[in-house]
Design a protein around this ligand. Sequence first.
Ligand code: NAD
Length: 438
Amino acid sequence: MKIAMIGTGYVGLVSGVCFSDFGHEVVCVDKDPRKIDMLNRGEVPIYEPGLEDLLAKNVAAGRLTFTLDLAQAVADADAVFIAVGTPTRRGDGHADLTYVMAAAEEIAQAAKDYVVIVTKSTVPVGTNRQVQQVVAKANPGLDFDVASNPEFLREGAAIDDFMKPDRVVVGVQSDRAAEVMSDIYRPLYLRDFPIVITDLESAEMIKYAANAFLATKITFINEIAALCEKVGADIKQVSKGMGMDNRIGNKFLHAGPGYGGSCFPKDTRALARMGQDHAVPMQITETVIKVNDETKRRMVDKLLDMCDGSFNGKTITILGVTFKPNTDDMRDAPSLTIIPSLVGGGARVHVVDPQGRHEGEALLPGVTWNDDPYDAARNADLLVILTEWNEFRALDLTRLAGSMAKARLADLRNIYTAQDARRAGFEAYDSIGRKQLG
Ligand code: NAD
């Protein structure tokens, strides 16, 4: 199979590399010359564990190339995947389809023979039919099908998720397109990973429903955690006891500072918008968005309490700014709400993140970047764990407490316990949904 992948972001690049590893001939296209230059030098523009090696292997095998030239990549492709961004449109919460439609038009102009145009980007229900119209209008003689193939990979575990998916969802409206898609995913199908074939609209809806459901689960446990703090229950025990019920499951039941990232915030907003457009308000999703915003603000109140009611003149050290570990992605990260409140309140903020600095420097003005948690925490009044990178899971708490001006720890990912903190000499410890110390 010859595949063109339009967009070399987190989804496009991982999908392109993995498809080439399946044995397909893949050309990855981006319009950002910096990214294509890097890729052609064998460098990966994003941080994703394992991606650089897999890319090198498939480039060396001659199955994977990178180009700025969309027309050339599309000309003899059997399938063209659109994996461009669909951020929130300014002002109304709708998914911005500008990049998808621009790509569809370019593909239409370049395609010659029968081709399946596959939308991998997360797009509102009805978008694939719109793509179909745009292509038909731009190139009336073209023999083509559209297909919806939403992606479920998680940044930080993207290759494994792509290679061992819970399921692959493919929305089509012709047997011919279903056959091409089945050929592309055959290596997974042969290893018993299920492929769910649906109509276009259902495939588009599955992605939003799945993401909104996961965001709901996280937000639910965060809300229960807030109540645990008031009534003296321990959210870790509560999550464990709930999660052992197979009907509930233990995933996405970890209380934290609120969800962020490139998908949940924008996809919940887009689903809410879709509901409003069709006069079927997505009330649960709308509430989830509101509660998640409040959760992030609640974190600021928590930190304020630990700073005796004022950030002014305090030195605060933050461990982790990316929205989760093992990624450099900062999009909608809780740190972008929390840290500006500290800086705005007059705190001196020191930040450590294994991969976040590159993106974070522009997004978090007024902070000092450090490489080492121990250097960053020296003489600080408060230490905050915001992202649970492995690097922060086995810190020498005694050393940290001993070097701080005020030994106070806000563990917003619940990776330590009040007992750990007390033993290490911390005078105050607070986490999410558990008893405080001090
Ligand atoms: P991204 O912003 O990292 O990458 C998009 C890329 O597309 C950019 O490199 C951009 O330069 C390129 N691009 C835009 N228009 C182009 C064009 N006309 N021709 C060539 N290149 C073009 O985005 P992402 O995080 O990879 O997300 C892509 C889509 O996948 C979104 O719809 C997102 O919701 C969805 N998704 C993302 C994830 C994730 O974890 N990031 C997971 C599942 C689904």
